[in-house]
Design a protein. Structure first.
Length: 435
């Protein structure tokens, strides 16, 4: 997590001060619930809330931890310095460290998810706008990197929109699944703390009580969360790769916005490089790095061990901060992306008419020619276009065997570009609804 690839709202979630504030709220709400149940005196619970406006001293907590070698105990000691030793003696009553750590971690993840959800919603708006802007802007579709058949730039944006909309659903599901808390005590049996304390704390902090915890919240929830982040990152890369291809000099169908004063190369002043989308490809790799460790965290010894702890202290901030930055960057790229419709048509006609080969193939079979013979007839003319850059339609019109099966009018009709866009409206309704 470095400033270059970070945005302040997401970073703030993972700041030590934020973490300690959440720990405090967990402890204070737990004291309230225990006072309501008559387990501790009401005045002690109220005394804890006197620290509500305190800005906890991170350096002081670190100083205490250097001695205790235990972060939660260090925090509780610092809290007692503000509340008073006698008043704070019931804080953490019947609780274990994981009650605080796991509940806090899930609060941080849900807050992070809220930002990521808003990020994806912003990206969807940009993709939708560009899709409708270029709904009928013709470009060649490619398979294996080779010209296939005509499509539109609008359909390309719509495809990415549909993918990101699925990711929005995944993020909402992941957020819901990880939004649980546990205040269940050592090994999760509630032996020393009433389950109603957990219910109260979770209700106050916007979580659901974990149905059954051990000493920790089950890590399959977190594995699903980070796996979702990995899928979103892969979708970002999917869009970035397409834009990088489009910006290649010999393609140049689209390009990242190049701002005034921007430089592409320290050595070659003519360069306009796709640096933002290349960066996104790299950032996607970093987010995906968190997925396997999160899955390996699922298997813990018995009721708990801390093999997951060091992993989560790193992947929690790193994956969410990086993905937040990447989504915002991609939204900016899509929003400002320059499209070159004339280059799209020029590329499609680089081998004149060749992208219509399937239409001719189908017409021949419908005219009574066997598929094998029809394929051979079309391919031999297509290969002439590949080799000599001739016109595919002219080659077909000069082929006696083709003309014996199809009239000149039938052949020429197969080169109508509108044929390939006749169902664009249908696809757009499927993706965007009736809007």
């Amino acid at each position: 997590m470095i400033p270059r690839y970070s945005r302040p709202d997401m970073v703030q979630i993972w700041e030590p001060a934020t973490k300690f504030r959440i720990w405090y709220e967990i402890e204070a709400h737990a004291c309230d619930a225990m006072a309501d149940l008559g387990v501790i005196p009401r005045e002690n619970a109220e005394a804890v809330w006197k620290a509500n406006n305190v800005e906890f001293d991170v350096a002081r907590i670190d100083e205490i931890e250097a001695v205790t070698k235990h972060d939660v105990i260090a925090f509780l000691t610092h809290l007692a310095e503000h509340v008073g030793s006698d008043e704070a003696r019931f804080v953490h009553q019947g609780m274990t460290s994981s009650d605080v750590l796991d509940t806090c971690f899930n609060i941080q993840l849900t807050r992070a998810a809220d930002i990521l959800i808003a990020d994806v919603e912003g990206l969807l708006a940009a993709l939708k706008r560009r899709a409708f802007e270029h709904k009928m802007t013709l470009r060649v579709g490619r398979s294996h990197g080779i010209h296939a058949e005509p499509t539109t730039m609008g359909l390309t944006f719509a495809r990415f929109y549909a993918e990101m909309e699925r990711n929005l659903t995944r993020l909402r599901t992941a957020r819901d699944e990880v939004a649980t808390g546990a205040i269940s005590g050592a090994v999760g049996t509630f032996a020393n703390i009433d389950p109603r304390v957990e219910e109260h704390v979770c209700q106050k902090l916007g979580l659901k009580p974990e149905p059954i915890s051990t000493q920790v919240i089950p890590r399959d929830r977190h594995a699903a969360f980070f796996a979702t982040l990995g899928v979103v990152a892969s979708s970002i890369e999917n869009v970035a790769i397409e834009i990088r291809h489009m910006q290649r000099t010999e393609v140049l169908e689209g390009a990242e916005f190049f701002s005034m004063g921007q430089k592409g190369s320290s050595a070659m002043p003519h360069k306009k490089n796709p640096v933002l989308t290349e960066n996104l490809t790299g950032l996607a790799r970093l987010v995906r790095m968190s997925v396997i460790p999160a899955m390996e965290n699922v298997a813990l010894w018995h009721e708990r061990d801390i093999s997951h702890s060091s992993v989560e202290r790193m992947i929690g901030p790193d994956a969410t901060v990086t993905l937040d930055f990447a989504l915002a960057r991609l939204t900016g790229v899509v929003d400002k992306m320059i499209i070159f419709p004339e280059n799209m048509l020029e590329n499609m006609n680089k081998f004149p008419g060749l992208v219509m080969s399937q239409r001719v193939l189908l017409a021949l079979t419908q005219a009574g020619v066997s598929r094998e013979d029809a394929y051979a007839m079309v391919q031999r003319n297509a290969l002439k276009v590949w080799e000599h850059r001739t016109d595919f339609k002219e080659e077909l019109l000069a082929d006696e065997e083709v003309c014996a099966a199809l009239s000149k009018e039938q052949i020429e009709e197969k080169f109508d570009m509108d044929y390939h866009t006749k169902h664009v409206d249908t696809i757009f309704r499927r993706v965007f609804g009736e809007s």
